[in-house]
Design a binder for this molecule. Structure first.
Ligand SMILES: [Zn+2]
Length: 425
């Protein structure tokens, strides 16, 4: 596109007729996804109709291939963009190495897609129109370049920028690299701990997101929490004073950067890698840090952030296996959920819904992170998976940021001396 215009401009000086012809030519509608997080296989392209038809390009072996994200150049701004997405029904793992299924179509087809005119600020498209295994979205735009995605993207660059901003706004926030992935990429995190923190009794919180790459909303919730935490809200100041906090906005950086789904990838799901011999270096590093915190009795709350299935309409939490639900943990979970229920109101709310958990705990079999953390830590420690719905009209970047802020306020209210009262030795 650029070279054609440049050519037209050069000729335009000599032969004005050529310039006019070039400007009136049909737009060079073009799809690009060769950037971090990008994923789209073009099925057809109709420049005259401003219409594109894609399907998510993920490899099912690298996780559920429902994620799509691409840039569209050469858009005719005189008519709406028509985006047709056909679901990727690739055969994926389903809970065990020997069980497979076709990925259900609803995972690839959000009711609203995300779009941006600058690649940074994301809003919803109008509601898509479902036709069998396809959804058609209509987007009116004034720019000839637009970015379109399954949901608001959040890549390694966004994680780096968030961490940098956190450190700029809070003098004692320190960035660190949790690990290098199998693909050699950094997994950045930030630790917020005021000077002299070790002097008195303090709480400690660990929040991580995106063990499932397609669940981009979970990174936005982490971002909302981080931005609130370094704000001048008195509740944020109070939380910074009483707790050391670690935030990892993207765990499975390799899958996020390569536009893969991540969930149920081969050899196994990252969320289920919390075993004695992890496959992912970032999980091994997380285990070392969390173990050290737990052994030093410096862990109080662990949260693993996710997005749930397409039908979820409210927030839900998953608990460690029943065998790890000691009386102190149950009492603290109940206290936390009561606060979250009061704080997480509005369009994306917590109605008290808790997912099913395993009755027994065997570290050789149960390798989900919330159970692993629950098994390492003192009985009072609350360890949860949190799922924020992605398929609502409110499941936008700003909606997720609000959930993150509400989560922060909930944590501040929850961290009271009573949560450690029964664990003195
Ligand atoms: Zn998940």
């Amino acid at each position: 596109m650029k070279s054609i215009l440049a050519f037209a401009l050069v000729l335009g000086g000599i032969l004005p007729g050529c310039f006019t012809t070039a400007l009136n030519a049909a737009p060079q509608l073009q799809v690009s996804s060769d950037f971090p997080g990008g994923s789209a296989r073009v099925l057809s392209l109709d420049p005259a109709g401003n219409t594109i038809h894609i399907t998510p390009a993920g490899n099912p072996k690298r996780g559920w291939p429902c994620w799509w994200y691409f840039r569209l150049d050469g858009v005719d701004t005189n008519q709406p963009v028509v985006l047709e997405v056909t679901a990727n029904q690739g055969v994926v793992l389903n809970g065990a190495p020997d069980k497979t299924r076709k990925l259900p179509i609803n995972f690839s087809l959000p009711e609203y897609a995300a779009y941006s005119t600058d690649g940074t600020d994301w809003v919803h498209t109008p509601k898509g129109e479902r036709k069998g295994d396809r959804t058609i979205y209509h987007i009116t735009t004034t720019t000839s370049t637009v970015w379109l995605a399954w949901g608001p993207p959040f890549t390694l660059k966004d994680a780096d920028q968030l961490i940098q901003k956190t450190c700029d706004l809070c003098p004692y926030a320190k960035s660190f690299v949790l690990a290098r992935t199998r693909g050699g990429r950094p997994v950045p995190g930030v630790r917020i701990s005021p000077p002299g923190a070790a002097a008195g009794p303090r709480f400690s919180v660990w929040i991580q997101a995106r063990q499932h790459a397609w669940e981009s909303g979970s990174s936005w919730v982490a971002r909302g929490f981080a931005e609130w935490l370094v704000s001048n809200d008195p509740a944020a100041e109070s939380l910074r004073e009483k707790a050391d906090i670690v935030i990892i906005p993207v765990m499975d950086v390799d899958s996020v950067e390569t536009g893969q789904g991540g969930k149920e990838q081969v050899p196994h799901d990252q969320d289920e890698d919390w075993s004695p011999a992890p496959y992912f270096p970032e999980v091994a590093a997380g285990q070392r840090s969390l173990s050290a915190l737990a052994k030093a009795d410096r862990l109080d709350l662990f949260l693993d952030l996710h997005n749930p299935g397409p039908g979820a309409h409210d927030i839900d939490f998953y608990l460690p296996p029943v065998a790890l639900l000691f009386p102190e943990r149950v009492a603290n979970q109940d206290a936390f959920f009561k606060i979250v229920r009061e704080q997480m109101t509005g369009s994306i709310k917590f109605n008290g819904r808790i997912g099913p958990n395993s009755q027994t705990y065997d570290p050789a079999v149960n390798n989900v992170v919330d159970g692993w953390v629950g098994a390492q830590s003192r009985p009072h420690v609350v360890s949860l998976t949190m799922e924020t719905p992605w398929n609502l009209s409110a499941s936008t970047a700003s909606g997720y940021l609000k959930v993150g802020k509400q989560l922060g306020r909930s944590i501040e209210l929850y961290l009271q001396p009573t949560i450690r009262a029964n664990t003195k030795e």
